[in-house]
Write a protein that binds this ligand. Structure first.
Ligand code: 5GP
Ligand code: ZN
Length: 112
């Protein structure tokens, strides 16, 4: 599939891999917004949360658990954030569902 993140999963575009299992792939964001900024994605192509169905519940949940595991390993559990930007109005720029994991600094609320 001609999708940026599908190509990253296949290794056609290099990335700094953080985690991989049968269903998920995680890598460093190319333009980090915090000391930890990792993207966790399903290996199966999905456009985004807006398009997700009940069949996608397990994989979306799994992405969050992978984020929690990375946060534990990086010792940022004092405060981190998982973010799914949904749609162009929220800043979604890549249309392969991806969960941002941000941490390693204090995070303001509400986000911009
Ligand atoms: P969005 O804005 O869609 O929620 O997030 C897309 C994210 O993908 C952005 O944070 C952006 O920096 C990251 N990104 C875009 N292209 C690449 C790339 O080629 N490699 C990596 N590692 N990250 C990318
Ligand atoms: Zn894709």
């Amino acid at each position: 599939m001609d999708c940026l993140f599908c190509r990253i999963i296949r290794g056609e575009i290099p990335s700094k891999k953080v985690h991989e299992d049968a269903e998920t792939f995680a890598f460093e964001d190319i333009n980090p917004q915090a000391p930890t900024h990792v993207l966790i994605i399903p290996k199966k192509h999905m456009v985004g949360l807006r398009e997700a169905t009940a069949q996608d519940a397990d994989i979306i949940g799994k992405c969050h658990l992978v984020a929690a595991e990375i946060a534990r390993k990086r010792d940022i559990e004092n405060g981190y954030r998982t973010v799914l930007n949904v749609g162009p109005g929220a800043g979604q720029s890549v249309f392969h569902l991806h969960l941002h994991l941000l941490g390693g600094r204090s995070l303001a609320w509400p986000p911009g």
